[in-house]
Design a protein. Sequence first.
Length: 286
Amino acid sequence: MKTLLVSKMATRLWSLASRMGLRNFWWPTLSNRNLTTTPKILAGSTVDTEEIGKFTERANEWWSGSYSALQSMNTLRVPLVRDGILYASGITTKKSSPLKGCKIVDVGCGGGLLSEPLARLGATVTGLDPGEENIAAATEHALQDNEIKNRLNYVCDTIENFSLISAGQFDAVVCSEVIEHVADVQTFVNACVELTKDGGSLFFTTINRTTLSYMLAILAGEYILNILPRGTHDWNKFVQPKELSDMLTALNCRIVSINGMFYNPLTKNWSWCRDSSNNYALHAIK
């Protein structure tokens, strides 16, 4: 049913784009991932400074409602992380603080939209982000909640630097809506795996690289519905599920699940779906 709805939405968006004069917009070539111009990369880093700038320029908006679609995604990604960690540890009982004693690193944490609810489940959470303004915003907001502020630690650093001093220290590594913004995907995934304990979990949510994702995530999301600012995403940097799975498998990780995610712009709610051609979530165990 949701797959049919997505198809109908795509058809209507194509028609609307034509009426808006967007039909001559650049159209993606699915066979080639490297069509974009060379990103501005810090030497030896996964950080694309232009990508970081997109978010640090709006660091004061993390909790203002500008990222409401990302906040709404917590209805899916928080249970995904919680249940995935419990599954990996063999625990079936969900206590009031089910993640108590768990160490999680939220890679590319931004303003802490996901770090905070994970801390409320009892986990000790490290929010990692290379943007100083993002870390400042996250730290300031966390101080408003006495329940979690002592379980949250925000670090301004790149993942490759952080993995050198924190290898194998985390029960779970969470990378939500981040991998599509990094300069070097393979190096990024390597560092994520390096941070994870043996038997620990890795969680990724991101956008597939398909014609549909171009229509929904970029054309609709940024140019028609204005869910996100124009230029937030570069379609060429989207990562397909098989690409990510192959990288993780090569690093001796086991893929547990890959599920599609659907955002309804009318209700502003997320739900799981079988179709992973746009947004998807992946859980792997090291």
